[in-house]
Ligand binder design. Structure first.
Ligand SMILES: [Zn+2]
Length: 261
């Protein structure tokens, strides 16, 4: 019988896993705690690393894309290479793409240009997208929903319950991270209440966003149990219900049929 966590957003290629990556992933899969993880690219190099990880682990899948932080530096060659990477059989979405008005590492016009360009690629290839939206809710939602043929997930959702409702009505998924376990997460709690059963996903965004009570430590997929437990509490459901629901939703969203014996 299938069981375990589906971590819809991770960065196991991050340097912070260099010392124990194999041991950690082997352990999470062997224990049955982790069903699958999607490792997300942020530029061409990390997209390629994500695909290498996906080749090494049956339960790891990859997204390929150019993060808003990297928008300014992306070259024409990068976009050509990105399209090639999309044809890899374990590339399940284009991402993470979007807008980050918190750090503004790339000028906003460049961020929008890169976002729109990758939405166009998703439309052309019929792939879903993984959206990074930091303090850019309005522009992100406007651009994302302006493409009728493309849907995806807003990762580590930080918008309002109203925004969540608009997105799910348009066919989008909402993913929650360790942020929902933080003490001041009032808006996230309202959003968790607003999301429909069939639109809900969970994630680590590891090594970042470690849930309470491990906040400050390096995050990993095993800690998603604290995110699931918090969501279960907010929605008055059992842990098992939310774990199964988010696993089934992620399989459907990413088009994954993993056979576990
Ligand atoms: Zn991420």
């Amino acid at each position: 019988m299938e069981s375990g966590i589906f971590d819809s957003h991770a960065h196991y290629d991050d340097r912070r896993f260099d010392g124990d990556r194999t041991e950690l992933l082997d352990g999470l899969f062997a224990s049955g705690k982790l069903f699958a993880a999607v490792n997300c690219g942020c530029d061409i190099a990390s997209s390629e690393r994500s695909l290498r990880l996906a080749e090494a682990y049956e339960g790891v899948y990859a997204t390929v894309g150019i993060h808003p932080h990297e928008a300014e530096n992306a070259t024409e060659d990068d976009y050509l290479r990105l399209e090639e990477l999309c044809s890899h059989k374990k590339a399940v979405a284009i991402g993470e793409i979007g807008l980050d008005y918190h750090y503004d590492f790339s000028p906003r016009e460049k961020q929008k240009e890169a976002f729109i360009r990758q939405m166009e690629l998703a439309e052309k290839l019929g792939m879903p997208v993984v959206i990074h939206d930091r303090e850019a809710h309005k522009d992100c939602v406007d651009i994302a929903t302006s493409f009728n043929g493309v849907t995806g997930v807003f990762h580590s959702f930080s918008g309002s319950a109203e925004t969540a409702k608009i997105l799910q009505k348009a066919g989008w998924y909402i993913s929650f991270s360790g942020v929902v376990t933080f003490k001041n997460a009032k808006q996230a709690v309202l959003a968790v209440e607003a999301v429909a059963n069939d639109r809900l996903l969970v994630e680590t965004d590891c090594p970042y966003l470690t849930p309470h009570p491990y906040r400050g430590e390096r995050n990993h997929s095993g800690y998603v149990e604290h995110v699931i437990a918090k969501i279960a509490e907010i929605r008055s459901e059992s842990y098992e219900f939310i774990e199964t629901l988010t696993r089934e939703n992620a399989k459907r969203f990413f088009g994954i049929e993993r056979v576990v014996t």
